[in-house]
Each structure stands twice: as structure tokens, then as C-alpha cells.
Ligand binder design. Structure first.
Ligand code: RIB
Ligand code: CA
Length: 302
């Protein structure tokens, strides 16, 4: 089993990704950290805790950064709703950890040197703070798997993907840190869409997990339809699926730098050639195989 800490900003696709990780025998989730992103960190942390409880998991959840390193907070209420879960009320019963996200991350890294894989599904603020506060962690983290960026295009702007755009300075710290990075960007994730029929199929399964999830997906799907998509974006779920089964995506070796100055292309992730390649970028998703895995894992909540 892979030992992971998931850093996230639930967020409806984060919710599906968390449920997949909980259901998979390939992943041991040693902790969850929340970051400001889709919605403020007060909501993302509460949502992460509530989703953990909904899935019957006993996993420590810590709140992290309430704002990016150098920018004003940037949210996506229009995509994920005001509470981050499409307006579905999912109050947490338990308490968040008294640790910060960075404290939880370094605790797991020190307890399992060389073994922890960080799955980052939101802006990279917490991860950048970890690397700034504990530079020795660079040698002790096995890998950082990022949902974010794009070799071409963007969704927050024409040039930048949301997670990177929300905190480009943090992203550049992570990409230049020397920690091996697997980047699942829009080049792959924009081609993995759950259709309205597949959403209906999930809703028809019922149960205490899939019924609220289906309601979240109705909100999320209405956004994607409003911008001309045939289905809803499975950005974070596809990223977790590739941790479970790396054969789901072809990867290219590269080095990535992040635009942090130009106001027009701010947050763009650029392939560079004159530095060592310590990043792999996803380029070719196996969408059908992903959906089979996704639905199998969701059925485990029936
Ligand atoms: O661009 C999509 C990414 O930004 C996803 O992780 C989504 O949850 C948001 O965080
Ligand atoms: Ca996310």
C-alpha cells in the first residue's frame, strides 16, 4: 500500500477523489490537510472532515493556509457552490486536528522517511510552506502528485489552471524543489468527463454516501454544462486513480516552471529544457479504464 497524505480543497471533485482513496486497497491515507482554494479553508477543512466521517474513516484532518503566499485568495464558488459541496449540507461531527497542515505533513514524513507520497489536489500553499519551514523534507518525501497545471491552456484563465493560478509562487517553489513531481494537468484531466447518464447511474445506486454525492454532482454538472462541456471534470479523481493504477495515463519527463510575474500569463506552467527533468506530466488518459475503476470504488460504499 502507498502511504499518502492528501492535501485538498473540497471541492466536489476533491470529494470524489477522497472517497476513491478511502475505498482503494492500494492507498493508506495517513492524514488529510486542507487548503484555501475552491472555497475558504474554513469550508475546505470542514468538508474534508465531514467526508472522512461520511465514509466511516478515522483519519486526522488538519486545516492549513487561509491564503496564498503572495496573492489574495481566489475561490471557485461558481463551480463548487458557496459551501464547496454544491450546497449539500454535510456538517462534520468531530473536531479538526489541533495541528496545522504543515505540522501534520512533517509528522508523517518524519515517521516514514522516504515513503510518503503527497497527493496535492488544491493550490500548493501548504506544500510550499512545508518545504520552506522544513527544507530537509525535500530528501524525505518520496513523491508529490499534483492535480494542476497544463502543458497548454488553462481553466482559471486562458493560460493557467486553477490550482496553480490560485498560488503560482507556491507552485514554483514545489516544481523547483527537487522533489519528484507527477503533474496531472488539464491536458489529461480535461479529457476525463463523467457524463450526465453516468451521474444518473451513480444517483440510482443510493445509500448514505452516494446520495449526497449525486446531489453535489448535479450542481457540479450544471456548471460544466453552462460552459459547454458534455460532462463534468474528473480532475482530482483521475489524479488519485493514477496513484492507484499508474497505467491509466501516459507520462512525459520534463521540468516545469511557473509564470509568477506576467499579469496576463500568471500561473502558466511551462516546460523548460535547460534544467534537470524532475517532473512527469500526464498527457494521455485512459478515460474508459478510469471510469471502470471509479465506479467499482464507488460501489464499495453501497
Ligand atoms: O482545475 C481543477 C482543480 O482546481 C481541481 O483540483 C479543482 O478541485 C480545483 O481545486
Ligand atoms: Ca481540488
Amino acid at each position: 500500500m502507498k502511504k499518502v497524505v492528501i492535501d485538498c480543497d473540497p471541492g466536489i471533485d476533491d470529494a470524489m477523489a477522497l472517497l476513491m482513496a478511502f475505498a482503494s486497497d492500494e492507498i493508506d491515507v495517513l492524514g488529510i490537510t486542507a487548503v484555501s482554494g475552491n472555497v475558504p479553508v474554513e469550508n475546505t477543512a470542514e468538508n474534508a472532515l465531514a467526508l472522512t466521517e461520511l465514509a466511516g474513516q478515522d483519519i486526522e484532518v488538519a486545516a492549513g493556509a487561509c491564503k496564498p503566499l503572495s496573492k489574495a485568495p481566489h475561490h471557485a464558488y461558481h463551480v463548487h457552490g458557496d459551501n464547496g459541496l454544491g450546497g449539500v449540507s454535510l456538517p462534520a461531527k468531530g473536531k479538526l486536528s489541533s495541528s496545522t497542515a504543515v505540522e501534520l505533513l512533517i509528522d508523517r514524513i518524519k515517521a516514514h522517511p522516504g515513503k510518503i507520497e503527497i497527493i496535492a489536489l488544491g493550490p500548493l500553499t501548504n506544500i510550499a510552506l512545508l518545504l520552506k519551514d522544513y527544507p530537509e523534507a525535500v530528501e524525505q518525501i518520496k513523491k508529490i502528485i499534483i492535480m494542476g497545471g497544463a502543458l497548454k491552456g488553462g481553466n482559471a484563465t486562458d493560460f493557467a489552471e486553477f490550482n496553480i493560478y490560485a498560488d503560482p509562487h507556491a507552485a514554483d517553489i514545489v516544481f523547483t524543489s527537487g522533489v519528484p513531481v507527477d503533474m496531472y494537468g488539464l491536458d489529461a484531466t480535461n479529457r476525463v468527463l463523467l457524463s450526465p447518464e453516468e451521474v444518473k447511474g451513480l444517483a440510482s445506486m443510493g445509500g448514505k454516501v452516494l446520495t449526497p454525492l449525486a446531489k453535489m454532482l448535479d450542481f457540479y454538472l450544471s456548471f460544466y454544462k453552462s460552459v459547454g462541456y458534455e460532462g463534468l471534470g474528473m480532475h482530482d479523481p483521475f489524479t488519485v486513480a493514477c496513484v492507484i493504477d499508474p497505467s491509466l495515463s501516459q507520462m512525459v519527463e520534463t521540468a516545469i516552471r511557473v509564470e509568477c510575474d506576467d499579469p496576463v500569463t500568471m500561473g502558466q506552467t511551462m516546460m523548460v529544457e535547460d534544467v534537470p527533468a524532475c517532473c512527469r506530466a500526464a498527457v494521455e488518459p485512459d478515460s474508459e479504464a478510469f471510469k471502470t475503476l471509479f465506479l467499482d470504488l464507488m460501489k464499495s460504499f453501497l
